[in-house]
Design a protein around this ligand. Structure first.
Ligand code: MN
Length: 292
């Protein structure tokens, strides 16, 4: 099998704040070769690199806002995030946990630093990924999967090195997340010198983000906080940790449908976007109380 050639190695762009709690570097869709079409089904990736928040009695975060047409996947590396949505789902995720929210036909939600964590302050690090839905599922019922670390499938790759499988396959193992289209999502938590070997179809859009440490990815040294995109010319992604490392790996079957995106709505046509604003303004996304 042939290695996927590296398309781009992408340094993080300057960060911006989402609300007052999420200091993020955007990779998808704003960086070269990481447009929504090029990375489909992954249509947004914000990376909150490690950042220290001082103690605050008022939890920082993002207040009530809508989503329609896709899924939001939040992966916590450091710190704790509390989530509430208008479908009645809520949860707190901490280090090593994932929340997978299917906004689909529409929810209101809010995302804050968890209260007691906020009071203590500390290092915060996370990824928020948006996974697109095919047209036939965009107006399906919202749902919520809380994938705490203990629910992940852990594949030992030697010594104390593991693949923490969230969605899709690694070898014969299958991760716990239910997805609408074929999606792989995992963290390779590798000690220095350990290796991980991934196989994805040539046609899948794939990316790797070095969350911590440094890794050789398909022959190239990738520093911390850098993203790698790949050509559609091979099947394998081979990772070797130079130092103790955490590497986020994503791969998915492209959804080859038109994309009409505006702010928190990602649909197929401009008319559907206008409808989403209309429905939001008319209260059709339900109700959620404001504030942390
Ligand atoms: Mn949101």
């Amino acid at each position: 099998m042939k290695q996927k050639s590296i398309k781009h190695i992408i340094a993080p762009r300057p960060p911006h704040f989402v609300g007052d709690g999420f200091r993020v570097h955007n990779f998808i869709p704003s960086m070269p070769s990481l447009s929504m079409q090029e990375m489909s089904p992954f249509i947004m990736l914000d990376y909150g690199a490690k950042h220290h928040f001082p103690p605050s009695d008022q939890p920082r975060g993002v207040d009530v806002h809508p989503h329609r047409g896709f899924e939001t996947v939040t992966i916590a590396y450091k710190g704790r995030v509390a989530h509430h949505d208008s479908a009645g789902n809520s949860g707190v995720i901490g280090e090593g946990d994932v929340q997978w929210m299917t906004a689909a036909s529409g929810v209101l939600h809010k995302e804050y630093h968890e209260e007691s964590w906020s009071r203590a302050g500390g290092y915060f690090q996370m990824v928020q990924l948006w996974v697109n839905l095919p047209a036939k599922d965009k107006m399906s019922t919202p749902k919520y999967q809380e994938i705490t670390n203990d629910k992940m499938v852990k594949v030992n790759v030697g010594g104390d090195s593991f693949i923490e499988l969230i969605a899709g396959q690694y070898g014969a193992e299958i991760g716990p997340a239910n997805t609408f289209t074929p999606v792989h999502l995992s963290n390779a938590k590798l000690k220095a010198g350990a290796e991980a070997h991934y196989i994805f179809p040539t046609s899948f859009n794939s990316g790797v983000l070095v969350i911590e440490g440094e890794a050789i990815v398909n022959g190239e040294a990738i520093p911390e906080n850098h993203f790698v995109s790949f050509q559609h010319d091979g099947e394998t992604i081979d990772i070797k940790a130079v130092q103790d490392s955490i590497v986020l790996v994503l791969s998915g079957e492209p959804i080859n449908e038109p994309i009409a995106a505006h702010g928190p709505f990602v649909m197929n046509t401009r008319d559907e976007i206008i409808q989403a604003f209309d429905d939001f303004q008319n209260g059709k996304f339900g109700f959620l109380e404001e504030g942390a």
